[in-house]
Design a protein around this ligand. Structure first.
Ligand SMILES: NC(=O)c1ccc[n+]([C@@H]2O[C@H](COP(=O)([O-])OP(=O)(O)OC[C@H]3O[C@@H](n4cnc5c(N)ncnc54)[C@H](O)[C@@H]3O)[C@@H](O)[C@H]2O)c1
Ligand SMILES: O=C(O)[C@H]1O[C@H](OP(=O)(O)OP(=O)(O)OC[C@H]2O[C@@H](n3ccc(=O)[nH]c3=O)[C@H](O)[C@@H]2O)[C@H](O)[C@@H](O)[C@@H]1O
Length: 378
């Protein structure tokens, strides 16, 4: 046993702790943790989950895995639910406050014995018995997350704290959908997970960027301090069917504009870049991350990088060659470039995106045409 825990000697508390560490042959987990902290080493072991609550068996249907999806009525969340529901050993509980999501996205599962939908705001505590938590709840479109900035940061901080508290109580594994926006307006290009970012802490986007950064911090603090099993995905711009038509994000804007024969609004300068991932690839990456053994953070995104002018030209070519491309003002703090390094996702999860932008855009066009009631060639 290493007795050289001399980091602090003055405080009586530390003296007592050292005494206990030195003279106890059977160290409790808490004692080992304190000893490691005094040594300056980090504590990353994972506690076994607590005994399942009797409530875990309260329903007549016994799934192998009970999975909570927060924000499950939203764009990515509803596609994730579809995929999880395909496995008949899964039971899925969705909680959502419908701020940017819609019950319509989950209509196909209403009445299914393995599915439950709860109207709930994650800034309030939640008591359910689950084995896994996919924590997505948070508005994602800049227009919507800026609309009530204080609520956005509460959702990111208090919401994540509540879900971590739930994970701790029931011993569930929790996955956070973080964002490439933790890299801010990156000074390193492309971005890998070791980059700490360049984020404005007091800007109009900070409720989201800094909110997600604190959410990541909370995840790692619960992991180190309480042994919670965590997974963090850093998602890069994702697109696909079910995005809100007037969502404000660039792909949904351009597709809706092209279908309605309205000018495509390229925000200045138009040379800013993004890398767009199709939603089915994203869901595949999230499930692999949850099921794998790595905590992350792991970038999940498609490294194909496009300027906004290139995106507008592609949408024009594929959807409406007659449409005008119009330059409009940008919003503050818009990141100038963004492209993920996905080596970690590839090596640790065996994941890479399959759908190219040119193949994904028409799939989204079909969904938008159906919802807008505008057929092709009219
Ligand atoms: N789509 C992307 O490009 C992208 C990129 C990076 C990160 N993400 C993250 O992925 C997650 C899902 O994004 P999305 O594109 O599906 O967005 P979305 O807006 O479609 O979905 C978010 C869902 O969360 C719900 N929600 C918001 N605040 C809530 C609260 N306080 N309590 C309960 N529910 C709440 C909304 O009603 C909605 O259903 C978000 O956490 C987002 O930050 C998305
Ligand atoms: O993937 C991410 O990490 C983040 O990506 C997006 O944030 P952002 O990239 O700013 O998304 P958009 O609003 O779609 O803007 C992308 C670019 O398109 C431009 N844009 C947007 C809308 C438009 O009509 N025209 C246009 O040129 C913007 O100026 C910006 O440069 C998401 O909305 C965030 O939730 C997410 O976390």
């Amino acid at each position: 046993m290493d007795l050289s825990t001399d980091a602090c000697t003055s405080s009586p508390n530390n003296f007592t702790i050292r005494f206990v560490i030195s003279f106890s042959l059977w160290l409790t987990e808490e004692e080992i943790r304190i000893k490691m902290a005094l040594n300056g080493t980090s504590y990353t072991t994972t506690k076994p989950p607590p005994n399942p609550s009797p409530l875990r068996n309260a329903k007549f249907f016994q799934a192998n895995m009970r999975i909570l999806v927060t924000g499950g009525a939203g764009f990515i969340g509803s596609h994730l639910v579809d995929r999880l529901m395909q496995n008949e050993k899964n039971e899925v509980i969705v909680v959502d406050n419908y701020f940017t999501g819609s019950k319509d996205n989950l209509r196909q599962w209403f009445g299914h014995p393995r599915f439950e939908l709860i109207r709930h705001d994650v800034t309030q505590p939640l008591l359910v018995e689950v084995d896994q938590i996919y924590h997505l709840a948070c508005p994602a479109s800049p227009i919507f997350y800026k609309y009530n900035a204080v609520k956005t940061i509460k959702t990111n901080v208090i919401g994540t704290l509540n879900m971590l508290g739930l994970a701790k109580r029931v011993g569930a594994r929790i996955l956070l959908t973080s964002t490439s926006e933790v890299y801010g307006d990156p000074l390193v290009h492309p971005q890998d997970e070791s980059y700490w970012g360049n984020v404005n802490p007091i800007g109009v986007r900070s409720c989201y960027d800094e909110g997600k950064r604190v959410a990541e911090t909370l995840m790692f603090d619960y992991h180190r301090q309480h042994g919670i099993e965590i997974r963090i995905a850093r998602i890069f711009n994702t697109y696909g069917p079910r995005m809100n038509i007037d969502d404000g994000r660039v792909v949904s804007n351009f597709i809706a504009q092209a279908i309605r024969n309205e000018p495509l609004t390229v925000q200045s300068p138009g040379t800013q870049t993004r890398s767009f991932c199709y939603v089915s690839d994203m869901v595949d990456g999230l499930i692999r991350l949850m099921e794998g053994s790595n905590t992350g953070p792991i970038n999940i995104g498609n490294p194909g990088e496009f300027t906004m002018i290139e995106l507008a030209e592609t949408v024009k070519e594929l959807i409406n060659p007659k449409v005008e491309i119009r330059r409009v003002d940008n919003t503050p703090d818009d990141p100038r470039q963004r492209k993920p390094v996905i080596t970690k996702a590839n090596e640790l999860l065996g994941w890479e995106p399959k759908i190219k932008l040119r193949d994904g855009l028409p799939l989204m066009e079909n969904d938008f045409r159906q919802r807008l009631g505008i057929a092709k060639n009219t």
